[in-house]
Design a binder for this molecule. Structure first.
Ligand SMILES: [Zn+2]
Length: 420
């Protein structure tokens, strides 16, 4: 179990006197108090580096904290350790004969879960375990009528990547408010392929990571396969066999890993009836990886497609099918491209890793993963201006919650008006 010091709880008799010391004499910042009525306690958090001090005052004479002070006086009350999976932690402790105050965790502040270890098991210290709230991940398929086309936002389940890498040179204090990192500094993301249905057939734009990852990668990327692309297709009455074409924005595993599957040890195309549309120069880059991009270009994701004779290479920007057009952005990879969907006078754009989430709306918030960040910046600046002015419907491939929306400007700030 990995545990991180979250805070130290201090029981105080007179909060004004306590503040005179902690706030005024020490000069520390004190957050506005939070009252937990059910516990009869008011808590004042004081951040001190990573962890905090928590001043606890009783709001009722019969509360646990009042009873504690009546018996032992004010002072150190508890130590809180943050764990990733509180139920797993409690199970592990119980198996070793550690006495827990309750069998199940209970809801704490800000959507967290908490549980206490009895002081008799922790050498005289009341130890609180805490699991932070995990941001919600929206996993549903949404069908949108779009001119003559039908667009469906799908998903291939949630995953996580390093928060620092996702925001490049942006310091953590700025991005962590929009994308709270977990204990391993990873932020919650999703993989959201888009399905375009037209008279000419059904085209999948990207297809998620699929199921070929080993346990080590599953752990590193927190791949959760409880709900994935098959479920998302099933939600709208389709299966893998419903797909006629699959186009790749680029060949990184979180975008096109789902193109192949392993069956009885052999790799084969995942969509039995589909033609796979791949930009020729991206194929060249992906099949000749270097030290910097080798972990993202996994040969088993795409080489079996060529061997099966199902790939159609295209040379560059242009229309792939009526209403579907690709444009190279570069930046993220040398040949990274976005997909324009145009019908009935409307334009939708699947922006892939140009704007991976709604937290990346500012021009300079460019991923550390990008091979050519200045190229990303130049393209993104022009593109977002255009997307706002021309009201493009934007499909965010990696956002944990928002699958699609319009970028708007409100009082000089960019916001997303959510559609799906
Ligand atoms: Zn990606």
């Amino acid at each position: 179990m990995k545990a991180i010091l979250d805070h130290v709880g201090i029981a105080v008799q007179d909060v004004q006197q306590a503040l005179a010391f902690y706030r005024d004499a020490l000069g520390l910042d004190v957050h506005p108090p939070e009252e937990v009525a059910t516990e009869g306690v008011r808590a004042h958090m004081i951040p001190v580096g990573g962890p905090s001090l928590e001043l606890l005052e009783a709001t009722r004479a019969d509360s646990a904290i009042a009873t504690y002070m009546a018996r032992r006086g004010p002072g150190l009350h508890h130590v809180t350790l943050r764990v990733e999976d509180i139920r797993a932690a409690m199970g592990q402790l119980e198996a070793r004969g550690v006495r827990l105050v309750s069998r199940d965790p209970r809801p704490g502040a800000e959507g967290s879960l908490v549980a206490f270890i009895h002081p008799s098991s922790a050498h005289g210290v009341l130890v609180e375990l805490k699991q932070r709230a995990t941001p919600p991940v929206t996993l549903r398929s949404t069908r949108l009528a779009f001119g003559d086309l039908q667009l469906t936002t799908l998903h291939d389940g949630p995953f996580r990547l390093d928060g620092g890498a996702m925001f490049g040179v942006v310091p953590r204090p700025l991005w962590e408010k929009l994308a709270p990192p977990d204990e391993r500094n990873r932020i919650q993301l999703a993989m959201r392929p888009l399905l375009v249905e037209a008279s000419w057939g059904r085209m999948l734009v990207d297809c998620g990571a699929g199921d070929k990852m080993g346990p080590k990668q599953v752990d590193i990327y927190a791949l959760d396969r409880a709900r994935h692309l098959d479920h998302a297709l099933g939600d709208v009455g389709l299966t893998s066999d419903s797909v006629d074409f699959a186009v790749a924005t680029h060949l990184h595993f979180d975008h096109f890993g789902g193109a192949t599957t392993r069956e009885h040890g052999a790799l084969r195309p995942r969509f039995a009836r589909a033609r796979y549309l791949i930009r020729a120069a991206e194929w060249e880059d992906a099949t000749h990886p270097h030290e910097r991009n080798r972990a993202s270009y996994l040969q088993e994701d795409f080489v079996p497609l060529k061997e099966a004779g199902v790939v159609e290479f295209f040379p560059g920007d242009g229309q792939l099918k009526p209403g579907v057009r690709v444009v190279r952005t570069g930046g993220h990879t040398g040949q990274h491209q976005i997909v324009y969907i145009e019908s009935g006078g409307r334009t939708g754009v699947f922006v892939a890793d140009l704007i991976p989430t709604t937290a990346h709306l500012q021009d300079a918030w460019v991923m550390g993963y990008d091979l050519f960040p200045m190229e990303t910046l130049a393209f993104k600046k022009r593109f977002i201006r255009e997307a706002i002015d021309r009201e493009y419907l934007i499909f965010f491939e990696h956002d944990p919650e928002v699958a699609a929306g319009y970028i708007r400007e409100k009082e000089g700030k960019r916001v997303v008006e959510r559609v799906a």
